[in-house]
Design a protein around this ligand. Structure first.
Ligand SMILES: [Fe+2]
Ligand SMILES: [Fe+2]
Length: 159
C-alpha cells in the first residue's frame, strides 16, 4: 500500500480534497471527502475479493481515492466531475509510482464511475457499484430529498 500512502501525502491531492471540502461546506447531501473515498475503496476491495477479480489492491484503492477529486470543478465550472477527476488524477498517479497501463485502467474507471455499462472493464463496474453501496444513507436526514431513492423507498445495508 506504499503507493496509496504516496497519493494521500501528495500535495495536489491534499489541495483537491480541501477544494472539495470548501465547495461543499453548505451541501446537505453526501460529501465527497476522504471518508467517502475510503468507504468506496474498502467496499470496492470487498467486491473484487467476492467476485475473484484479480486487480491489485493498491490499484483499486487508487481509483477510489481519486474518483471524485474534481468535484469542486463541477461546482465552479459546471464540468463533469468524472472526466475532471480522471484528468487531475494523471500527475498524482504518475508521481505515486503507477505505470502507464495502471494509470490507463484507473483513469478509465474514474471516467466511467457515474454510469453502469456491462461491457465496461471490471474495475469500472466495481467502482460504480461501490460508490453507491458505501454510502451511510441509513443515518441520513435528507433521504426523502435524495434522488437516489424513490418515494417511500428506504436505504438498505449490503456492506
Ligand atoms: Fe462521483
Ligand atoms: Fe463518489
Amino acid at each position: 500500500m506504499e503507493r496509496v500512502n504516496k497519493i494521500l501525502k501528495n500535495q495536489k491531492y491534499v489541495d483537491y480534497l480541501n477544494r472539495n471540502v470548501k465547495a461543499e461546506k453548505n451541501r446537505i447531501f453526501c460529501h465527497h471527502d476522504l471518508r467517502h473515498y475510503l468507504d468506496v475503496a474498502r467496499v470496492a476491495y470487498i467486491l473484487a475479493l467476492e467476485k475473484n477479480i484479480s486487480i491489485k489492491k493498491d490499484v483499486i484503492y487508487a481509483a477510489a481515492l481519486l474518483h471524485d477529486i474534481g468535484r469542486w470543478k463541477e461546482y465552479l465550472e459546471g464540468v463533469d466531475h468524472a472526466a475532471a477527476s480522471a484528468t487531475l488524477a494523471k500527475d498524482i498517479l504518475e508521481s505515486s509510482g503507477f505505470d502507464n497501463d495502471e494509470q490507463a485502467i484507473i483513469k478509465e474507471a474514474i471516467k466511467n464511475h457515474r454510469k453502469y455499462d456491462a461491457k465496461n472493464p471490471p474495475l469500472d463496474k466495481i467502482l460504480y457499484r461501490s460508490d453507491k453501496l458505501s454510502r451511510p444513507c441509513m443515518e441520513c436526514t435528507v433521504v426523502a430529498k435524495c434522488k437516489r431513492f424513490g418515494v417511500g423507498e428506504s436505504p438498505k445495508l449490503f456492506y
